[in-house]
Design a protein around this ligand. Structure first.
Ligand SMILES: [Zn+2]
Length: 187
């Protein structure tokens, strides 16, 4: 299970208390990853809360699932990479989620795992196929991100089916829909 203060849901007050709870959950081994955390805008307040949470995750060498926003995505993506670097976080432990196709090679060259959220109005199974053709399956994780926005609980099997139809091998399909995330977040 992962826990974290989402950048769209930063409490108006009591942040310190929430951070204390997060630390306790890691300390009691009740959670194994931090997330979603990230930045919704480039506000200093958001960055401060992100950094505090990253420091907790770093103490426990926990994986970090990072949210990237709908607007200003490339700019915030670059800023997030800078925060990861300045906090000395192993990029191999980080998933940058909700990436657009153009950001996938940038994420891979920075060493972070590229998260592709397949949802109505977001990357489609065909987009995933195109991304895999260009980048290969290493370090790519497909997810459905079930939340409060319209999502498809069958997104993953649909992607697997589409990739099979498009001629990808079982191994590649398994990597992006299962094994890559298993390596990062052991069961
Ligand atoms: Zn998100």
């Amino acid at each position: 299970m992962a826990v974290g203060i989402h950048p769209r849901s930063i409490p108006i007050e009591g942040t310190k208390k929430v951070l204390g709870h997060i630390r306790a959950l890691f300390g009691n081994k009740q959670v194994s990853a931090l997330g979603e955390v990230g930045l919704e805008t480039d506000s200093n307040e958001g960055e401060k809360i992100l950094v505090q949470q990253m420091r907790i995750a770093n103490e426990y060498a926990a994986p970090i699932i990072i949210h990237t926003p709908r607007s200003n995505k490339p700019k915030i993506f670059n800023k997030l990479l800078l925060v990861i670097e300045s906090e000395k976080i192993d990029p191999g432990r980080v998933i940058m989620d909700h990436l657009t196709p153009d950001l996938v090679p940038k994420a891979r060259s920075a060493g972070v795992v590229a998260g592709l959220m397949v949802q109505p109005g977001k990357p489609t199974p065909q987009d995933v196929a195109d991304i895999l053709s260009k980048n290969g399956p290493e370090g790519i994780v497909v997810n459905s991100d079930l939340g409060n926005t319209p999502s498809d609980p069958l997104a993953l099997p649909k992607v697997a089916h589409h990739l099979d139809w498009a001629g990808f091998g079982v191994k590649e399909i398994e990597l992006v829909t299962c094994s890559n995330i298993r390596t990062l977040l052991p069961p």
